[in-house]
Design a protein around this ligand. Structure first.
Ligand SMILES: [Zn+2]
Length: 78
C-alpha cells in the first residue's frame, strides 16, 4: 500500500521505510511524517499534490505509528 509525502503528495510504497539506509523502520516512519520524500534521499515534486499532502500530514498526525492505517485511509479517501 502507498503512503504519501506530507509535503508534496508523492506516493511511496510503505515497505520502502524498511529500506532507508542507516535508520530503523520506526525512525524512518517518524521522519517521513515530517520530511516526506527526503527520508528516501529524494527531492520533493515541484508540482505539489496539495490534496494528498494535506490528507497525509493530517493522518500521520492523527494515527502516528499506525502506518497500515494511514495507508488504508489514504486509499479510502482517494
Ligand atoms: Zn515530497
Amino acid at each position: 500500500m502507498d503512503i504519501y509525502c506530507p509535503v508534496c503528495g508523492e506516493p511511496w510504497d510503505h515497505n520502502e521505510l524498511h529500506d532507508v539506509e542507516g535508520v530503523r523502520f520506526e525512525e524512518a516512519r517518524r521522519r517521513f511524517a515530517s520530511e516526506g520524500c527526503r527520508v528516501f534521499g529524494s527531492t520533493h515534486n515541484s508540482t505539489v499534490d496539495t490534496d494528498k499532502a494535506t490528507k497525509s500530514a493530517l493522518l500521520h498526525e492523527l494515527l502516528g505509528d499506525d502506518i497500515d492505517g494511514i495507508a488504508a485511509l489514504m486509499e479510502d479517501l482517494g
